[in-house]
Design a protein around this ligand. Structure first.
Ligand code: F6R
Length: 264
């Protein structure tokens, strides 16, 4: 796994945006996997800025979100559909028909989940998957104990996740849905590149487990160690408990020099 450590949240977001933008410029019809939550908001505002000021075009980009609360319609203020419109889709030129999120209102969930996977396949697979990490190590809503081969499905949210996500809801944690539809770990691992973002001291322990600990279904983000092209972009605080922190910094600097100047 490539580990990039930036000074703070702003620098992490700008670095992530530079990677996403370069990939869109390289492949304008990029299939982009997206996450919600607090972490990628800075990345999304950078992308909006690049769309407006630098002409970064989303007109041929297709998006697939990782997850959606089960039971919330897309117009619900706390739905991830609403979150994505507010923080990204309403401000860039991505065509409505290219946007995909799991539908939290479907009755036949299993059929819907199979169809979501089929739509990803028909789009040619996800080129770049943006990921955050939960305090319990989840990616998507793949809570501890999720199979590392899991596919898109209905899941129960862990108590820790319900508590953490209560901050996005006006009232108490009673209002947070107890279930969600999420891409599976196996689905996520099929993306050609994964971009894991983490910021803040409260993520430091779980980031260290995911990057340097054993690969385990108890920390589903650790499955990214099996992925050939994962880039983790962390701020200093989220990186603070990595044992090999200095090595990652050294390696990034050396590789940058080599790419710029060749082996001589
Ligand atoms: C959201 C998602 C989750 C979040 C994770 C971190 O679509 O898939 O895995 O990325 O819960 O959330 P924040 O960024 O709010 O700490």
């Amino acid at each position: 796994m490539r580990v990039i450590i930036e000074e703070d949240y702003g620098a992490m977001s700008r670095r992530a945006a530079a990677i996403v933008a370069a990939m869109i410029r390289d492949k304008p019809a990029l299939v982009l996997g997206l996450a919600t939550g607090g972490t990628p908001i800075g990345l999304y505002s950078e992308l909006i800025h690049r769309n407006r000021e630098e002409g970064l075009a989303f007109s041929r980009v297709t998006t697939f979100n990782l997850d959606e609360y089960y039971g919330l319609p897309p117009q619900h203020e706390q739905s991830y559909g609403h979150f994505m419109r507010k923080h990204l889709f309403d401000h860039i030129n991505v065509p409505e028909g290219n946007i995909h999120l799991p539908d939290g209102t479907v009755v036949d969930v299993d059929a819907f989940c199979r169809q979501y996977e089929r739509m990803i396949d028909e789009a040619g697979g996800v080129d770049l998957q943006v990921l955050g990490i939960g305090a319990d190590g989840h990616i998507g809503f793949n809570e501890p104990g999720s199979s590392l081969a899991s596919r898109t499905r209905l899941v129960a949210l862990g108590t820790r996740t319900i508590k953490d996500n209560a901050r996005f809801f006006q009232s108490n944690d009673q209002a947070v849905p107890r279930a969600a539809i999420t891409m599976g770990v196996g689905t996520i691992l099929e993306a050609r590149t994964c971009l894991l973002l983490a910021s803040g001291t409260n993520k430091a322990g779980v980031v260290a487990q995911a990057i340097e600990g054993p690969i385990t279904s108890q920390v589903t983000a650790s499955a990214l160690q099996l992925h050939p092209h994962t880039i983790a972009i962390l701020d200093q605080r989220a990186a603070s408990l990595l044992r090999r922190k200095d090595e990652y910094v050294r390696s990034e600097t050396l590789l940058r020099e080599l790419r710029a100047g060749g082996p001589g």
